[in-house]
Design a protein around this ligand. Structure first.
Ligand SMILES: [Mg+2]
Length: 120
């Protein structure tokens, strides 16, 4: 399913409940942060490599269900922002990936942990 169809599903969900009147871009951005932190909370105080091992081998199906659920919450919120502001999330993603390709030259950063800040 393409992003426009997913954005319409998110838009319809909001409109059918008459929730748009409560939505501002600021509230949606805050919601995105809250949902991202709900995802992060699933891993808090746990060993990252151990968790990955369980997730990748199917050793913790309940955690995998929760990770999917919280990731979908973040995605829903991103779709809602794109709908609210009226931009193409797929195009924004591709623009961002182009920016990251330039900032993180694959020959220079390959195999290294680096943080290069944007110049804007
Ligand atoms: Mg959530």
């Amino acid at each position: 399913m393409d992003l426009e169809n997913l954005k319409k599903i998110a838009k319809d969900f909001v409109d059918q409940r008459d929730w748009r009147k409560f939505q501002t871009t600021k509230e949606l951005a805050a919601n995105t942060s809250v949902e991202a932190n709900e995802l992060l909370e699933l891993f808090m105080w746990r060993d990252g490599k151990e968790i990955d091992s369980k997730l990748l081998t199917g050793g913790d199906s309940e955690l995998l269900r929760k990770v999917k659920n919280e990731t979908a919450d973040v995605f829903f919120s991103c779709l809602a922002i794109a709908d609210q502001v009226g931009f193409d999330l797929g195009e924004a993603f591709l623009d961002k990936m182009g920016e990251l390709e330039k900032r993180y030259d694959k020959e220079k950063v390959k195999g290294k942990v680096v943080k290069i800040h944007a110049k804007d």
